[in-house]
Design a binder for this molecule. Structure first.
Ligand SMILES: Cc1cc2nc3c(=O)[nH]c(=O)nc-3n(C[C@H](O)[C@H](O)[C@H](O)COP(=O)(O)O)c2cc1C
Length: 174
C-alpha cells in the first residue's frame, strides 16, 4: 500500500477538528490539533484520539492522567492552525481558559469531552490515547470540519443559542 494512495483516500473522509489539551505535573499546558477523535464505547464511555509518536507533545500526553478534547466550531480555523504549528507557544493568544478537570478549554468550542486516561495503545507511528469520559459540555454551534485537506463548513446548518455557563471541575470531583 502506497502512503500517498492511503492519504488520498483518507482525505475523502470528513472529520472533526479538535484541540486536545492536558497539563503536566509542573503545571505546563500542552495541546495539539487532531482530527482523529472518535467515540469508541458507551459502556464504559470511551473515546480515542491518535497522536504521532514524533510530536513534541507525545511524551506529555502519554504521561498524562487526563486530557480534554475541544471540538472546534466553524470560525475557529485560526485556533486549529495555531495548535498544529511547531515551535510556537500555542497558548500565547490567551483564548484557552481553565475548563473541565481544570484543563485548558475553548469557550468557543461546540463541545468539550473531558477524559481520564484509560489506556494507551501502540499503533504503528501513532499512539492511540483512549480516554474514559468523565465530563462533557455541548452547545448548538456549527462544527468545524476537516475534509480534502482543508477546513470546511458542514452543509447542515445548526441553530445557534447562547452558550451555557462553563462548568469547572477538578480532579478531586471525579
Ligand atoms: C486538521 C489537522 C488535524 C491533525 N490531526 C492530527 C492527529 O489526529 N494526530 C496527530 O498526531 N497530529 C495531528 N495533526 C498535527 C498536529 O496538530 C501537529 O501539527 C503535530 O503534532 C506536530 O506538532 P509538534 O510541533 O508538536 O511536533 C493535525 C493537524 C491538522 C492541521
Amino acid at each position: 500500500m502506497e502512503r500517498t494512495a492511503l492519504t488520498h483516500a483518507m482525505a475523502r473522509v470528513p472529520g472533526p477538528v479538535t484541540v486536545v489539551t492536558t497539563v503536566d505535573g509542573t503545571g505546563k499546558r500542552w495541546g495539539f490539533t487532531a482530527n482523529s477523535f472518535i467515540s469508541v464505547s458507551l459502556d464504559p464511555p470511551l473515546v480515542l484520539v491518535c497522536l504521532n509518536k514524533t510530536a513534541s507533545t507525545h511524551e506529555a500526553f502519554t504521561s498524562a492522567d487526563r486530557f480534554l478534547v475541544n471540538v472546534l466550531a466553524h470560525g475557529q480555523d485560526v485556533v486549529a492552525r495555531r495548535f498544529a504549528r511547531s515551535g510556537v507557544d500555542r497558548f500565547a493568544a490567551g483564548d484557552m481558559a481553565s475548563c473541565e478537570l481544570g484543563l485548558p478549554g475553548s469557550h468557543g468550542a461546540c463541545a468539550r469531552v473531558a477524559c481520564a486516561m484509560h489506556s494507551i495503545v501502540d499503533a504503528g507511528d501513532h499512539s492511540i490515547l483512549v480516554g474514559r469520559v468523565v465530563d462533557t459540555y455541548a452547545v448548538d454551534r456549527t462544527p468545524l470540519v476537516y475534509y480534502n485537506r482543508a477546513f470546511a463548513h458542514p452543509a447542515a446548518a445548526t441553530e445557534v443559542r447562547a452558550e451555557e455557563p462553563v462548568k469547572i471541575l477538578h480532579l478531586a470531583d471525579w
